[in-house]
Ligand binder design. Structure first.
Ligand SMILES: [Zn+2]
Length: 138
């Protein structure tokens, strides 16, 4: 698998922040009973995906921001597209939007938490195949 040079693209593709190759999640997002499962370590560079116990509690705040964005987009969209319907329509639309985006919200919240607060930077030398030396030859 070709490594991604940009950290932004690696985050959007849910890749390891250190090698930009290993996937952060074990299953695709549409496996609704398994979309939360992360491997303990990166399968390429062996980075621990949970730097400390309880690390991902902070992802709740990122998730909250995503949910507020869903409320705003859903509310404003409903207002303009459906010409200010009754309140239960807003509740249905916003609830549906939040539930539909829940897997993506969960995953990107964790990825953003790991990229911003995990203390890990991209190191291209970790792109070497598993078992190859990780040091830089001078
Ligand atoms: Zn990695």
């Amino acid at each position: 698998m070709k490594p991604i040079d940009s950290s932004t693209w690696a985050l959007l593709d849910l890749r390891c922040p250190r090698c930009h190759q290993g996937k952060l999640f074990s299953y695709p997002a549409y496996y609704l009973n398994k979309y939360t499962i992360m491997p303990e370590h990166c399968p390429v560079c062996d980075l621990a995906y949970e730097p400390e116990p309880g690390f991902y509690w902070g992802a709740m705040f990122v998730s909250y921001a995503f949910s507020v964005a869903c409320f705003i987009v859903g509310g404003v969209g409903t207002y303009y597209l459906l010409h200010d319907p009754s309140v239960w329509v807003y509740v249905l639309v916003v609830t549906g939007l939040v539930l539909l985006t829940a897997p993506a919200t969960f995953r990107y919240s964790r990825a953003i938490m790991l990229y911003l607060f995990g203390g890990v930077e991209y190191e291209p030398r970790y792109n070497a195949p598993r078992g190859a030396p990780k040091h830089v030859v001078k």
